[in-house]
Design a binder for this molecule. Structure first.
Ligand SMILES: [Zn+2]
Length: 176
């Protein structure tokens, strides 16, 4: 927080280069930990970046993340558009998303207790690179990720068209 949307850059980039990942779990994973600051702003309880911005937060949220993704797959029949839902891939995607959130926030904010509950030491990752670099990395990831996804979709469409006009191409098909 307040950079929640920036975290989506990481999720979109990762899915663009690793298309077998669960994109929904990735998107939820990079954002869900910011329920903590939202909860704090609404109720005044806790902190902006408290105990959930840590390994504890990853452990608390990785199963709900997968569950929400699974629900979205079922509800919106996402298997028509996205890779098939696989529980282990979804759990892995959730963990990677959650980790990236705490990691990038850890660089941005001094109060993050990265390895909580194992240690209460705050600021372990703080400023290992300048915060402006983190913003740039996430913004670049967002645009590169979108460009790769668009290109991949376009190539898929192109292959489909070529297959329709020349079915023998099916034999030499590469999977994009
Ligand atoms: Zn955060």
């Amino acid at each position: 927080m307040p950079a929640t949307p920036l975290h989506f850059g990481f999720a979109i980039f990762l899915f663009s280069i690793l298309p077998f990942m669960d994109p929904i779990a990735l998107l939820i994973g990079v954002a869900i930990i910011d329920l903590e600051p939202f909860f704090y702003m609404i109720t005044g309880i806790g902190q902006l970046h408290g105990i959930m911005h840590s390994i504890l937060g990853m452990l608390v949220f990785f199963i709900p993340t997968t569950f929400i993704s699974w629900s979205c797959y079922k509800l919106f029949k996402l298997e028509r558009y996205l890779p098939k839902f696989k529980i282990y891939i979804s759990l892995l995607s959730g963990i990677v998303g959650l980790f990236s959130h705490v990691f990038f926030d850890g660089i941005l904010y001094p109060e993050i207790m990265f390895v909580y509950p194992f240690s209460k030491q705050a600021g372990m990752l703080y400023n290992i690179i300048p915060s402006s670099a983190v913003y740039w990395i996430l913004v670049i990831m967002l645009f590169v990720g979108i460009a790769i996804l668009v290109l991949r979709y376009y190539l898929k469409l192109l292959w489909k068209k070529r297959e329709e006009t020349n079915p023998t191409l099916l034999e030499g098909r590469i999977n994009i």
